[in-house]
Design a binder for this molecule. Sequence first.
Ligand SMILES: [Mg+2]
Length: 243
Amino acid sequence: MMSLEAITFDLDDTLWDNRGVMARTETGHYAWLDEALTDWLSRRGESRGRFAERYPLAAYQAARGRLAERFPPRRGDFSWLRERALVELLEAFGLPRSAAWLWASAAMGRFHALRLDVAPHPEVEPLLEELGDRYRLGAITNGNLALHRLALCRHFRVAIAAGEIQAPKPDARPFLAALARLETAPSRALHVGDSWREDVLPALRLGMRAVWIAPDPPPGALPAGVHRLAHVRELPALLTDLT
Ligand SMILES: [Mg+2]
């Protein structure tokens, strides 16, 4: 077996548990917008009622869905969809276009701050530190995180937000881009992720090895080249076995 020289990681639900983060971020930035906008309007002596009463969270989500249908190449660029949906709703609420853009962008600032409030598993920091001495590390995420603001990302030579390059996983392009920038070949690289469809399958198709983070053992045998781990903390032991 070719020796391994690079490892790429999925982030959400691989290096941290993401369920709570998304729920808090989704409701949090919308509630912030509603509050701040109400304040601003009342200070200007305008009364239009409350934004979130006229357009509850479900209306915002529906607006994002419609935009994704209208602009298929953008369907994985969740930040773009959010900001455009906010602008549309704010204009429909009666704000001039320039104010709608300003408020949408302020709400997205709030969104990204909340989205970064992730708690990586405690083992992750020392794990990346140690692996970084032996392998070239990369990150490939479909999530809309401001990666450069995440302290953990200093361990990655390359960090790709696949939605923003309009080729979300399972598209091969973010994997190929990562491999190129890590100056390695698929046969010498391993991808680690929790999604069978978005992490394991595309890595295998390219000829990479794959580690599937899945707490429950699947029925039946896994294809050659795939290893299942219940938790990313088990990765160093597996690498010792592999090499
Ligand atoms: Mg994931």
